[in-house]
Write a protein that binds this ligand. Structure first.
Ligand code: ATP
Ligand code: MG
Length: 417
């Protein structure tokens, strides 16, 4: 679990701002739901035999003896909240959320135990239009962030639950014939959920996966038709994609189309966004049958991308527009009064006061380091004799003029770029 320090928060705020702008431009509404839920909400939705539920959840018994877990993802909680408050029945919803998720994984670059997700969930829309919209929305975000050329869209058609059951059976028979090459985890999954064997990151198993039956051969014409329509919508929207027949996603609730946005710039933790349809989940959790589709993206991985691939971090490091320097301590109240006045006259600008101490030259260096364009320098004698200060431009030339304090706000409003 990480601390995010002041030097890093500007890039986080930038990311949060871009996401909020993009979802708003598509007409999505924000939903907030708790960090803690009943453990069984997650076991029932994500699936008993998944990495998340078997190995990664922070679960505990509270003082009442209830079994609770820190949320490892947002979809289950979103469905629970939306259904509980009647947002799903006979309605269409476009929702977004943002917040911390918790998984007890081995921490490494791009993989943490507390991490931040941005997610989008939609309800009540059956056709491929909404699937394509989700990809267009994420694509619009990459554009806004300036990372479009570093991510690619991979997608797959995983059919419906019945088709997957048939596939799981065929896969089970196939792997049963190759027991000798399976590791202990895969052997266990052979009994419980053969599909999850494909999730294994064990490199020794990858060659056998190439010979395994393909899900694509088990999906019906109806599923194929939905998928083909989706592909033609993506073509029309000029969104490039790659079909990855091995993409299954690590959560059981998905069906039909699943997708991931992947980058090569982050090593093994290359998936920055994952999602798809999950039409059976609402009913499975006790609601009425409801069409559903969504995605979640990992904010830490996006921050790493922004830091590594763009120069947005530099342009965001600015803390001040105007710096007020106080040479003599008896000028502090006048400096604070000017600060108040400037903040009123220059909304969206930052005004920082330095309360003296040290040489003026080093204070000026601090002002430049904070990104300020101007310094207002208070000196006791000048203040008392003429109610004025020294206004200094913080560029290479460093020109300065005397300026009556009352005139400073108007003057800066004109000069600040
Ligand atoms: P991975 O294959 O990398 O483990 P996942 O399939 O478990 O990812 P999802 O549950 O689909 O991931 O979550 C969506 C996104 O959240 C991921 O694509 C990733 O960007 C991010 N994410 C998932 N787990 C972590 C983590 N432990 N730390 C940071 N980000 C994460
Ligand atoms: Mg994972």
């Amino acid at each position: 679990m990480n601390d995010i320090l002041p030097s890093e928060t500007p890039i986080w705020q930038h990311l949060e701002g871009c996401f909020a702008r993009v979802v708003k431009s598509f007409g999505y509404s924000e939903i907030r739901f708790p960090v803690v839920e009943q453990t069984q909400l997650f076991t029932r939705s994500i699936g008993e035999v998944t990495d998340i539920v078997e190995k990664e959840m922070y679960s505990f018994e509270d003082r009442n003896g209830d079994n609770l877990s820190l949320r490892p993802e947002g979809t289950a909680g979103c469905v629970r909240a939306a259904d509980q408050h009647g947002l799903l029945y006979n309605q269409q919803q476009r929702l977004w959320y943002q917040g911390a998720m918790f998984r007890h994984e081995r921490p490494q670059k791009g993989r943490y135990r507390q991490f931040q997700q941005f997610g989008v969930e939609t309800y009540g829309m059956a056709g491929p239009g909404i699937d394509a919209e989700l990809m267009q929305l994420s694509s619009a975000l990459w554009q806004e962030l300036g990372i479009s050329s570093h991510v690619r869209l991979e997608l797959n058609n995983i059919g419906d639950a019945e088709e997957r059951r048939k596939y799981a059976k065929a896969l089970g028979l196939f792997f049963a014939d190759h027991r000798d090459v399976l590791d202990s985890e895969a052997l266990r999954r052979l009994e419980t959920n053969p599909l999850r064997i494909l999730d294994s990151k064990n490199p020794d198993l990858q060659s056998i996966f190439d010979k395994a039956p393909l899900l694509a051969d088990f999906v019906s014409d109806k599923s194929k038709c939905h998928f083909d329509e989706l592909l033609s919508l993506l073509d029309a929207a000029e969104i490039d994609y790659v079909i990855n027949p091995k993409l299954v996603r690590g959560l059981d609730y998905y069906n039909s189309c699943v997708f991931e946005w992947v980058t090569d710039a982050l090593g093994a933790q290359g998936t920055v966004c994952g999602g798809g349809r999950y039409d059976g989940l609402v009913e499975q959790l006790g609601g009425k049958p409801t069409f559903a589709a969504g995605f979640a993206m990992g904010a830490e991985r996006l921050v790493l991308l922004l830091e590594g691939l763009t120069n947005v971090a530099d342009s965001l490091s600015k803390r001040a527009d105007v710096y007020i320097l106080v040479r003599d301590v008896d000028c502090i109240s006048a400096a604070q009064a000017l600060g108040k006045n400037l903040r009123f006259h220059l909304p969206n600008r930052s005004v920082v006061i330095h309360y003296g101490g040290g040489k003026v030259s080093s204070q000026l260096k601090g002002a430049v380091g904070a990104g300020a364009q101007f310094a207002c320098i208070f000196e006791s004698k000048q203040l008392k004799e003429s109610s004025s200060l020294r206004l200094r431009k913080l560029d290479d030339l460093g020109e300065s003029t005397d300026c009556a304090i009352v005139d400073v706000p108007d003057k800066l409003a004109k000069l600040l770029v």
